[in-house]
Design a protein around this ligand. Structure first.
Ligand SMILES: CC(C)(COP(=O)(O)OP(=O)(O)OC[C@H]1O[C@@H](n2cnc3c(N)ncnc32)[C@H](O)[C@@H]1OP(=O)(O)O)[C@@H](O)C(=O)NCCC(=O)NCCS
Length: 171
C-alpha cells in the first residue's frame, strides 16, 4: 500500500496500529493533537515550537516542510495518536524522532511504531545506522530506545545520543 506521496503505509505488530505519511489532509487532526498535548510534550524542555503552533503554521509546515524528514502519523484504526519521523541526516545514517498522545501511552504503541519505521529504513532506504537524541530526564523515551536495542553512545549538556546499528553482520 502507498499514499499519494509514494511513501508506504507501514503496519506494526499491534493490530489496527499503522504509520501513515502525514499530509496536508492531516492538518486539522494534527493540530488538535498538539493542542491536547502541549503541556505533556514540552515538560522536558523539548518541542518548544508546539507551544506556539497554530493551524496555519502546521499547514505551512506540511505544505513546505522545513526539513527532509519522512513524516508519519501514527494511527490507531483511523484516529491520529502520534507522530514518528525518520530523518536522512547523512544516508545511510538516519535519525528518528517520535511522540505520542499522552492518552495513548503505556501500551507499547511507540515501541511497535519505531520498530516498523526502523525496519522500513533498513529494507527500503538501506539505512545502516540509526541515531536518536534524548533530553536528560526523559526516561520513557530512553525505555523505548532500549526496548528497540539502542545504546547510549555520547552525552551532551542537554541530551544523550543513542545509537542502533543495522549492519547486516550485527543482525
Ligand atoms: C516517549 C514516549 C513516546 C514513550 O511513550 P510510552 O507509552 O512510554 O512508550 P510505548 O508506547 O512504547 O509504551 C511503553 C509502555 O507500554 C507498556 N507496554 C505494554 N505492552 C507493551 C508491549 N507489547 N511492548 C512494549 N511495551 C508495552 C510498557 O511497559 C511501557 O509502560 P511503562 O513505562 O509503564 O512500563 C512518550 O512518553 C512521549 O510521547 N513523550 C513526549 C514526547 C517525547 O518525549 N518524545 C521523545 C523525544 S526523544
Amino acid at each position: 500500500m502507498a499514499d499519494d506521496l509514494g511513501l508506504p503505509i507501514l503496519p506494526t505488530s499491534v493490530p489496527g496500529l499503522t504509520l501513515r505519511p502525514l499530509t496536508v489532509d492531516d492538518v486539522e487532526a494534527y493540530h488538535e493533537l498538539i493542542v491536547r498535548n502541549r503541556e505533556y510534550l514540552t515538560r522536558h524542555g523539548d518541542y518548544e515550537e508546539m507551544k506556539v503552533a497554530t493551524r496555519e503554521s502546521v499547514a505551512r509546515d506540511f505544505e513546505g516542510p522545513p526539513d527532509w524528514n519522512l513524516r508519519f502519523g501514527l494511527r490507531l484504526e483511523d484516529q491520529l495518536v502520534g507522530r514518528a519521523d525518520i530523518n536522512p541526516v547523512d544516508p545511510p545514517r538516519y535519525s528518528i524522532g517520535y511522540w505520542l498522545d499522552e492518552g495513548a501511552t503505556g501500551r507499547g504503541y511507540m515501541t511497535a511504531a519505531c520498530a516498523a519505521l526502523i525496519d522500513f529504513a533498513r529494507v527500503r532506504l538501506g539505512a545502516t545506522d540509526v541515531f536518536a537524541g534524548v533530553t536528560h530526564g526523559n526516561d520513557r523515551s530512553v525505555a523505548v530506545l532500549e526496548r528497540l536495542g539502542f545504546c547510549a553512545v555520547a552525552d551532551f549538556e542537554r541530551y544523550t545520543r543513542f545509537y542502533l546499528s543495522l549492519h547486516a553482520d550485527q543482525g
